[in-house]
Design a protein around this ligand. Structure first.
Ligand code: MGD
Ligand code: MGD
Ligand code: SF4
Ligand code: MO
Length: 682
């Protein structure tokens, strides 16, 4: 018997990017545990990835290419050889290209893995060579990034772990204990030294339960609350005039806007008490070591970017940027610029003349069903994602995917709700089976991932899939066949100061940055003026969502309840674990949470079967009565697939696919529904 340990890094779209150690006996991974040397995750993984080996070795893993034999969506497939599958895809793709040109091909990838190589590298070249439509927009992060960059000039902000030095912590629109669990000890460290922890979230989350003070505004109304806070700061002169004068622009415009947002008016818009707005303003104004932590959840609204644009103004007002433990932290992704370089993969020489059309990944359903689209989308490639469960207005996506004339190719580890619609499914490796480097967005450590085991069955990493497809298409440009090592060398920018050998031996490397980032202690913002923009470009203002309490009143009358579809389960990561026996049963089943007041008004009791509906879809779910939601708000956890729902619809069948204000994200949470008792089955 030979046993060895192999260092790796979790690939999930999760801010923690934990370091792990796989123990491998005779080529089989027998344990996977946190790497105790990893400075951020410190030896702990999480309830989902502690059981990752059960995913890797699950009998339902797809281990050969599959060809569909039933109707689209039914899930009936037969195994085929790689040669046959590639030949079939290539032949159909050539026909489509001859008939309609490259733009009739649409790539759709998400962040199933965040690895530098396997998330998005060689695919860019393959689709450029085809002249395919360009995938734009993001389900996650782009809107938050755009809002933040409007104020700060880029995404650069505080190191999240500096929260430990704070005296006041605002967890604003983030569920740290669930979604960013390895940051929680840093929050507790601050509390142990006397800090006050405030959570601001429309849901009483697991994080809210641990707050010193929990504020529960209506979804999508926070900008009014922020302007109320600015009102108090200006009124009571809790301002750092020196900082404002030297390092900001647009303060007058912001102050003028906030003048109209008295605590009473702000409270009315958010469904809070005016005393709450006063108290928040007084707390923030009197504590310069105030640390704002936010992530993604609040971007999923019609005015999602404005949330981040306004929130990131606050530290300049009080001069919190001057302090370690003061500031604003969201994704640290931009600190990796210059160290990892995705643009290195682009190979512009392969691009067709003229820029191919752009299609938002958030509008997949629209793109597949829009009869006026010229050329129509006739071939769809999906990898690192499961849009039928994770993208908005999913019913429309299903409607598009059943089209007989659509060639649908999916690369997957499991037969997801999306893969069920494929003509051909290619088998994908997991992180244990592929080499990669993982840039983090929740801390400053780059992670190495050494493959611990050989690929199972005939599964291949995404990069190998693109090489095989390029060959099958008869393409010959060498750029399409770059090896993983060549891609790594390109993507790890040599200027970034990463010692690859050391990274590989240790499993992680901190970015070459000072321990104390203090990004804006002395100004130096990346805006054109070098100053934080508090009110020049897209000045902060509160506008209610069209599909929301202050929006279209006719829609509001028919569908009076706001719907959130949050990440809620400790054993889930988006849609990736809802089907696995070591993960799903302990989380129960899908349900809708409703406040007892709203339930009583509809004659609904705890456990009753109800219909959650709007013009997009109807879901049948058991009602769970409780006060995690406030009156006017219901919640259906996201991540379950159609099998667990017991119908061909999931949380995202109900959600709004309107784009967010800017940045290319989507307004999942600007969704209204009605809930009513389902007819009793005879
Ligand atoms: N266990 C687990 N961990 C995960 C994931 C998972 O699926 N499961 N997913 C990972 C991914 S992909 C991401 S992007 C991160 C996301 O990390 P987070 O952004 O922390 O998580 P979310 O649940 O998307 O949103 C955070 C909170 O925002 C709240 N929220 C929604 N609308 C508003 C609003 O208008 N105002 C305010 N103040 N709050 C609002 C939600 O109720 C939610 O509690 O988590 C990652 N970690
Ligand atoms: N209603 C609602 N919808 C949401 C959200 C929400 O909070 N509410 N959150 C949004 C957010 S923040 C995000 S990030 C998205 C996530 O949406 P997705 O990225 O579509 O969701 P995941 O479940 O992470 O799907 C990843 C898929 O990639 C596959 N995969 C993993 N690794 C690899 C690989 O190496 N190769 C290949 N070929 N496949 C791989 C997995 O098997 C899995 O099926 O969902 C969004 N949708
Ligand atoms: S999913 Fe997140 S918390 Fe869990 S192991 Fe991966 S990076 Fe760590
Ligand atoms: Mo995400």
């Amino acid at each position: 018997m030979s046993t060895q340990t192999v260092l790796g890094t979790c690939h999930h779209d999760c801010p923690d990017s934990c370091g792990w150690i796989a123990t491998v006996t005779d080529g089989v991974a027998v344990s996977l545990r946190g790497n105790p040397e990893h400075p951020f995750s410190q030896g702990e993984l999480c309830p989902k990835v502690n059981r990752f080996l059960e995913r890797v070795y699950h009998p339902d893993r797809i281990l050969t290419p599959l060809r569909r034999v039933g109707a689209k969506g039914d899930g009936a497939f037969e195994p085929v050889s790689w040669d046959d599958a590639l030949a079939e895809v290539a032949a159909r793709l050539h026909e489509i290209l001859d008939e309609l040109g490259g733009e009739s091909v649409l790539p759709w990838r998400d962040a199933g893995t965040q690895g530098l190589l396997q998330m998005k590298s060689l695919d860019q070249r393959f689709f450029a060579r085809l002249g395919a439509s360009r995938q734009v927009g993001e389900l996650c992060g782009a809107t938050a990034a755009a809002g933040t960059a409007t104020t700060l000039g880029s995404g650069r902000a505080s190191d999240p772990s500096d929260v430990r030095h704070a005296e006041l912590v605002l967890l604003w629109g983030t569920n740290t204990r669930l979604t960013n669990r390895h940051l929680w000890p840093f929050v507790e460290e601050a509390r142990a030294k006397g800090a006050t922890i405030v959570v601001i979230d429309p849901l009483r989350t697991a994080t809210a339960e641990q707050a010193d003070w929990f504020l529960q505004p209506l979804p999508g109304t926070d900008v009014a609350l922020m302007l109320g806070v600015v009102h108090v700061l200006v009124r009571d002169d809790h301002l750092d005039h020196d900082y404002l004068e030297r390092h900001t622009t647009g303060f007058e415009a912001l102050a003028e806007q906030a003048a109209g947002w008295t605590p009473a008016r702000a409270a009315a818009a958010c469904g809070l008490d005016p005393a709450d707005v006063e108290r928040l303003g007084a707390l923030y104004g009197s504590t310069r070591k105030s640390f704002i932590r936010t992530l993604i959840g609040a971007e999923h609204h019609e005015h999602g970017a404005m949330f981040f644009r306004t929130l990131s103004c606050l530290p300049a007002l009080t001069g919190a940027w001057r302090e370690r433990g003061g500031g604003y932290a969201r994704s640290v992704g931009t600190w990796f610029d210059g160290v990892v370089d995705v643009n290195a993969f682009a190979a512009p020489q392969l691009w067709p003349a003229g820029e191919p059309r752009a299609i938002s990944m958030n509008h997949l359903g629209r793109a597949l069903t829009d009869e006026s689209l010229v050329p129509p989308v006739r071939a769809l490639f999906v990898w690192n994602g499961n849009p039928v469960v994770t993208a908005p207005h999913a019913g429309l996506i299903r409607q598009g995917l059943v089209r007989d004339d659509l060639l649908c190719v999916v690369s997957e580890q499991f037969l997801t709700d999306t893969a069920r619609f494929a003509d051909i499914v290619f088998p994908a490796t997991t992180q244990l089976e592929q080499r990669d480097v993982v840039p983090a967005w929740g801390h400053l450590y780059l992670g190495w991932n050494e493959p611990a085991i050989a690929p199972l069955g005939e599964a291949v990493p995404n990069t190998e899939l693109w090489r095989r497809l390029a060959r099958a298409m008869g393409f010959t440009e060498p750029e399409l066949f770059a090896t993983d090592d060549e891609l790594l060398a390109m993507g790890l920018a040599p200027t970034g100061g990463v010692d690859v050998a050391a990274l590989r031996t240790r499993g992680w490397a901190r970015l070459d940055l000072p321990d104390d980032l203090g990004p804006y202690r002395d100004g130096g913002f990346a805006t054109p003026t070098g100053r934080a923009d508090l009110g020049e470009v897209n000045p902060p203002e509160y506008v209610g969502a069209t599909e929301g309490p202050d929006g279209d009143q006719e829609a509001r009358r028919r569908f009076p309840l706001q719907l959130l579809t949050p990440k809620q389960h400790t054993r889930f990561l988006n849609s990736s674990y809802g089907h696995l026996p070591a993960h799903a049963p302990i989380e129960g089943r899908p349900f809708v949470e409703i406040h007892p007041v709203d339930a009583a008004a509809r004659g609904i009791g705890d456990g009753d079967r109800v219909l959650v509906h709007n013009d997009r879809a109807t879901l049948t779910l058991p009602a769970r009565l409780g006060t995690r939601v406030r009156p006017g708000l219901v919640s259906v956890p996201f991540g379950w697939g159609q099998v667990q729902h017991g119908e061909a619809a999931t949380a995202n069948s109900l959600t709004n696919d309107a784009l967010a204000d800017w940045g290319g994200g989507v307004a999942f949470s600007s969704t209204l529904v009605e809930v009513s008792l389902a007819a009793v089955e005879q």
